[in-house]
Design a protein around this ligand. Structure first.
Ligand code: IPE
Ligand code: IPE
Ligand code: MG
Length: 253
């Protein structure tokens, strides 16, 4: 049976209480970290942690749907993760296909739309094929947007944006005085998405590891020592409750 905490209300649940609206973050981003350490603690190979982490992704999606979160951005593979031993990289890049093979029917049933951010073209063919299939299959869904950061690095994303902007200026599609924050946002992989309201990182590390540097400018951060394979609804709800107690001032008073 699913339990809903009475004081954790979604916007939908309390449309008339504008002044004391108990807010659910619209966009949650998660740095899913600690798979390797989880496996090591159990005497298992690192990839066993990644496999376990994959199932936790699905349960986390279910929780996000339950609490009416609109966008869930998950850091699945960074542009720096290519530095890992080849067999681990290969395993990580096979996981999207396995994840979708197992869970796509249920995601479709739950009206989830799948998207990615990152350098998609440089991924292996088999990864691209599986993910593109899921994107196409879910493109008309209007429930949770499940956004995987796959082969994603924020500095690369910013360089790419600068190049695209320069090209559009060269081609006279843009002029320099049009350049402002909203224009830059439009040239990032996250174009059209609101910035994350809440960033969660598991495993005790307190760094961004090149994740969404531009987009996290005013995001609330929440760190936990829990390793990703041990992440669950209870811990997610802890983060949401903590978020509700934050006062977001954006430089105001
Ligand atoms: C997160 O777990 C998964 C990815 C980075 C792909 P790690 O593999 O980084 O696990 P730790 O940090 O080594 O424990
Ligand atoms: C960040 O975790 C990337 C993902 C979760 C996909 P890492 O484990 O790669 O980050 P560092 O190396 O600890 O900074
Ligand atoms: Mg790590």
């Amino acid at each position: 049976m699913q339990m809903k905490l009475p004081f954790l209300k979604s916007k939908k649940d309390s449309p008339s209480q504008d002044n004391e609206l108990i807010t659910i973050p619209e966009h949650v981003a998660i740095i899913m970290d600690g798979n390797g350490r989880w496996a090591k603690k159990r005497g298992l190979p690192r990839v066993a942690g990644h496999k376990e982490g994959m199932d936790v992704v699905k349960r986390t999606v279910d929780t996000a749907v339950k609490y009416n979160i609109k966008i869930l951005t998950l850091f699945a593979f960074s542009s720096e993760n290519w530095k890992r031993p080849k067999p681990e990289v290969e395993y990580l890049l096979k996981l999207p296909k396995e994840f979708l093979h197992t869970y796509l029917p249920d995601l479709i049933k739950n009206n989830v739309r799948i998207e990615t951010i990152g350098d998609f073209d440089s991924l292996p063919e088999h990864t691209k094929e599986a993910v593109q299939y899921a994107k196409d299959k879910t493109k008309d869904n209007n429930g949770l947007l499940l956004n995987f950061a796959l082969n994603y690095g924020s500095r690369n994303e910013i360089i790419r944006a600068i190049k695209l902007i320069s090209k559009d200026i060269d081609d006279s599609k843009l002029s320099l005085d049009q350049l402002d924050e909203s224009l830059i946002s439009k040239y990032l992989y996250t174009q059209g998405l609101t910035d994350p309201d809440l960033l969660i990182r598991t495993s005790g590390e307190q760094r961004l590891s090149n994740f969404l540097l531009w987009q996290l400018a005013y995001t609330e951060f929440w760190f936990t020592d829990v390793l990703w394979p041990d992440f669950n609804e209870k811990i997610f709800v802890e983060a949401l409750l903590d978020y509700q107690r934050r006062s977001r001032r954006y430089g105001g008073i």
